[in-house]
Unconditional design. Structure first.
Length: 186
């Protein structure tokens, strides 16, 4: 075999090895260097602690076989809080045909004022006074998603300013649609 043919054979062999080995090496590097987010599609944070409605001292006849959107309303609900409640309500309304499977619940620490009551008249929110036990486990301005079995599944943090309201609303809607699509309960 002549020298040009040997070089051509070696080049072909190296090219063939490169075609098969290079993707494996790149895949290993991608996994080790965390170049992607491992297929996470949820927008909120999945609950890492085991928490149920019983742990939160929340029992109500309307909770049975329902997905719940629990929002802890802070003391003295300011304008951003009111807009956040409206964003949560809009996400709830946009669930469309899945609407009967979900119940929004506002958890109040103080008695509801007349001004706050007028804001809830046109919504289908359940309004419940929050217990001392629940105050420690659900932070103010936090939206908690509870499955029909009474388990806390996901937590969404409220935005710090009005610019984040649109993303907050879309995140809740996306997560709820996925949960309701794949859920066979509730």
């Amino acid at each position: 075999m002549s020298l040009p043919q040997k070089n051509k054979s070696r080049r072909t062999l190296l090219l063939a090895l490169g075609v098969f080995v290079l993707p494996v090496v790149l895949a290993k590097l991608a996994l080790e260097q965390h170049w992607f987010n491992y297929g996470v599609t949820n927008q909120g944070e999945l609950s890492t602690q085991e928490l149920t409605l019983t742990d939160l001292d929340l029992t109500h006849e309307a909770f049975k076989e329902q997905w719940l959107l629990l929002y802890r309303v802070p003391k003295g609900c300011d304008e951003l809080c009111q807009k956040t409640l409206l964003a949560v309500n809009n996400s709830y309304t946009l669930l469309g045909k899945e609407l009967p499977r979900v119940t929004p619940v506002a958890l109040f620490e103080n008695p509801i004022t007349d001004k706050e009551q007028t804001n809830f008249r046109h919504h289908k929110w359940l309004q419940i006074s929050i217990s001392m036990n629940s105050r420690e486990k659900i932070l103010e301005k936090e939206l908690v998603v509870v499955d029909p079995l009474g388990n806390v599944v996901m937590v969404h943090k409220s935005p710090k300013n009005e610019a984040g309201l649109n993303h907050f609303s879309k995140a809740i809607l996306a997560d709820m649609k996925k949960l309701l699509k794949y859920s066979r309960i509730g």
